[in-house]
Design a protein around this ligand. Structure first.
Ligand code: ADP
Ligand code: MG
Length: 345
């Protein structure tokens, strides 16, 4: 869990990236383990506040539905305790997101996996008490084997797990989905120009008056420094997975919370992976997948009609634009300019 100071620092970075205006309303809520910041332009205060309240409760509902942490019960936790080999009926909302996650798993060659909950718990990065040293190798091997491609499903979209260590974990996709639904809620309240920023996972709609929104992407090593700024107008999601928020150093190596399902250990090919797409759910899942794949994943991201900024394991920055994409050219070719991409020191 991040400290309030760290969360404020992240938040301030993005506030400075968007120059303040008196017709811009900002509201924050704490959820999904982070400060979620709503920025709304061109709406009255009362309208903006009721829209943010509704969006906040929709996002909280999604967190409660998908989280595998905390004391509350939900269908995902129940699935994770179900008897292996028995088909379980999950709510449509869960099977729909799981379907998307499994598609990303397949297309990414298992760089992304929605079934590594047990392995993630073993590493302990999502627990309140941050870990300080890696778990025993024997346990990593055991759990990564048990977590790898361990879900079965029936034509009716019932799911089962093939062993008792196979556990769902929506940690790499649910925040994007929550942002997506939060933005839909804002729009249903008549908001046409807004940013939702959940700790650096961002969706924007509309513009900031007669200018595009300015979105700063954090430098993965120099905290407080912006790697690049994206100008965004229209419906654009900008989601980053990085190795700099939940990590520790042990014997000269950085251990962080994005795991390579093939090896069961933290992925080593990237420092940060930003995916830019219209849909926040996909941007979230693919930023995690790209982080694991490293620069070899960039052609796939491009082919899927998305844009990316990747800082690889050596600190080199790769910017990948989808302008040649034939798959989804209109939705995924947002007005987007990167200004000044700095090289790492
Ligand atoms: P963040 O949660 O910091 O925004 P991500 O979207 O990359 O970052 O999600 C990381 C979380 O997703 C981890 O905390 C864990 O719950 C889960 N996870 C870790 N590695 C993977 C992976 N390779 N595929 C899918 N989920 C993962
Ligand atoms: Mg993600």
């Amino acid at each position: 869990m991040r400290s309030v100071q760290q969360l404020l620092a992240i938040s301030i970075l993005f506030i400075t990236a968007c120059s303040p205006a008196s017709d811009t309303i900002r509201e924050t809520r704490f959820m999904m383990g982070t400060l979620v910041e709503f920025t709304i332009y061109g709406a009255g205060e009362e309208q903006a506040l009721s829209a943010v309240t509704a969006a906040g409760s929709e996002m909280q509902r999604i967190e409660n539905l998908f989280t595998i942490y905390g004391d509350g019960s939900n269908p995902v936790k129940a699935f994770n305790q179900s008897t292996p080999g028995t088909m379980q009926t999950l709510p449509t909302e869960v099977t729909t997101l799981l379907g998307t996650a499994l598609e990303v798993e397949k297309l990414s060659g298992h760089a992304f996996s929605p079934s590594l909950g047990a392995l993630n718990r073993l590493w302990g990065f999502s627990q309140t008490q941050a870990p300080t040293l890696p778990p025993p190798e024997k346990e990593i091997t055991l759990l990564s084997g048990a977590s790898f491609a361990c879900l079965q499903y029936s034509p009716e979209e019932d799911f089962s797990r093939n062993n008792s260590r196979c556990e769902l974990d929506f940690g790499a996709i649910a925040k994007g989905y929550a942002i997506e639904r939060g933005m839909e809620t804002l729009q249903s309240h008549g908001i046409n120009h807004a940013i939702i920023n959940a700790g650096g996972d961002i969706k924007v709609i509309g513009t900031h008056g007669d200018r595009p929104w300015q979105i700063g992407i954090r430098h993965p090593r120099n905290s407080g420094e912006v790697l690049t700024t994206i100008e965004a107008a229209g419906e654009i999601s900008i989601v980053t997975s990085g190795d700099y928020e939940r990590y520790y150093n042990y014997q000269g190596r950085r251990y962080h919370h994005i795991l390579d399902p093939h090896s069961g250990v933290p992925a080593v090919k990237s420092r940060s992976a930003t995916v830019i797409a219209s849909n926040a759910t996909l941007a979230d899942a693919w930023s995690t997948a790209l982080f694991v794949m490293g620069r070899e994943g960039l052609p796939l991201i491009r082919e899927m009609g998305m844009n990316a900024i990747l800082v690889d394991g050596n600190g080199d920055i790769h910017y990948s634009k989808n302008s040649e994409s034939r798959l989804q050219p209109s939705r995924s070719a947002p007005m987007l300019r990167t200004s000044e991409i700095k090289t790492d020191p």
